[in-house]
Design a protein around this ligand. Structure first.
Ligand SMILES: [Zn+2]
Length: 397
């Protein structure tokens, strides 16, 4: 079995190539919409029937659009029609699924990646276009055993190719080891092995851009709005970089066959709710899903796996006696009100996360089993963390 991953690369067409690709997108969109309108009017969701009704008229109408792209537009319109017609049958809000610039799905016959270029079928023959890929995408491209489909997308005026890669599978051989990871609020990540990963100042940088965002929002001028858009892109890139570094460090800190255990959070926001207004605000939109996705593919590539556990009470439970009480935790410090056990609160949370996976303690007051081990002071800082410098956010307050 192999694994599939989607990477995003940005095309760097010449002015002429850009014009050709935009024209190709426009013609493909016209085909998509024609099929969607026909299918919607005739309540037709069958691909063969849609083909019979639309293929030749569309070929005649768009003679320069390669036949594979006409077929591809129909296939995509067919998918959209199926879900729209299903929604309609269920009495949900829906309409004819047309679009203004529908992505083109390329397949093995209509595109190829050669080195750092993409060769794409278009209304003006094959276009060979260089692309830029970020470091993570480049690594995956090098590892890939092959490519599957690719979507050509116009977003914010730029042309992107979302390429599905087939990656060779690294088998997971369970070594019976589990480590818990707390995506803490005092440190970006703390493992149950007492590795403190990521930099504290990431949060300060993030908070600074949050304040900048607020002040720009309150201005409301055209120039402030322009700055806001730029800032949003910078914040997203910064967080993505942090998530990449953090997931890499976590995987580097474990050996193959390890199960990396994290909390099943849809958003760190859920967790921050327990810990006061300020933390809630500054973590408002820091996506947990992205972090988990990065962690999963990096873990898989290293012969590890990721497991999730119920997040309830992981930060309030004493991992030694099982006593659960909100008052056990005071910010970054933990002191058990029942047995007096003390330590770094994120480290104790990480051990609870691991133990919940290993022995499945209940979140009720009974506590349950636990893997006993002492908390030694505030333990080692990771050797790796000091080398990473996050990209600076421009502006400042
Ligand atoms: Zn205790």
């Amino acid at each position: 079995m192999s694994v599939q991953r989607t990477i995003r690369v940005r095309l760097k067409p010449t002015t002429e190539q850009r014009r050709v690709l935009l024209e190709t997108l426009a013609e493909s969109t016209a085909c998509f919409n024609a099929v969607a309108v026909y299918g919607w009017e005739h309540q037709e969701r069958n691909g063969v029937e849609l083909h019979k009704a639309t293929y030749y008229p569309l070929r005649a109408e768009h003679p320069r659009l390669p036949s594979q792209l006409v077929v591809s537009a129909r296939t995509r319109a067919n998918e959209a029609l199926k879900s729209a017609l299903t929604r309609k049958r269920q009495g949900r809000r829906t309409g004819c699924p047309t679009g203004s610039m529908v992505p083109i799905r390329y397949d093995a016959r209509s595109y190829r990646l050669i080195g750092q270029t993409a060769s794409l079928a278009s209304v003006d023959g094959r276009q060979v276009i260089p692309f830029a890929a970020n470091p993570h995408a480049t690594v995956l491209l090098e590892r890939a055993a092959g490519t599957d489909s690719a979507d050509l997308i116009l977003k914010n005026g730029k042309l992107w190719l979302h390429v599905v890669l087939t990656l060779p599978d690294v088998p997971f051989t369970d070594a019976g080891i589990a480590i818990g990871v707390d995506l803490g609020l005092t440190r970006p990540a703390v493992t149950s092995e007492a590795h403190f990963l990521g930099q504290k100042r990431w949060r300060e940088i993030d908070r600074r851009s949050f304040r900048l965002k607020r002040s720009l929002q309150s201005k409301g001028t055209a120039s402030a709005r322009r700055h806001l858009r730029k800032l949003a892109g910078k914040v997203a890139r910064f967080r993505r970089d942090c998530d990449h570094v953090l997931s890499k460090r976590i995987v580097q800190s474990v050996s193959p066959g390890t199960t990396v255990v994290v909390e099943n959070l849809t958003d760190i926001r859920t967790r921050a709710k327990q810990r006061g207004r300020a933390s809630r605000r500054r973590l408002h939109s820091w996506s947990f899903a992205q972090m988990r996705a990065f962690l999963e593919y990096k873990a898989e590539a290293a012969g590890c796996r990721v497991a999730g556990v119920d997040p309830r009470h992981t930060s309030q439970r004493c991992h030694v006696c099982g006593h659960i009480e909100r008052g056990n935790r005071d910010g970054a410090r933990f002191r058990c009100r029942s047995c007096g056990q003390q330590g770094n609160a994120d480290l104790i949370a990480a051990r609870n996360i691991r133990d919940r996976h290993l022995v499945g303690w209940a979140s009720g007051p009974a506590g349950g089993l636990s893997v006993k081990e002492p908390i030694v002071g505030d333990a080692v800082e990771s050797q790796h963390v000091s080398t990473y410098k996050p990209p600076a956010l421009a502006g400042g307050t």
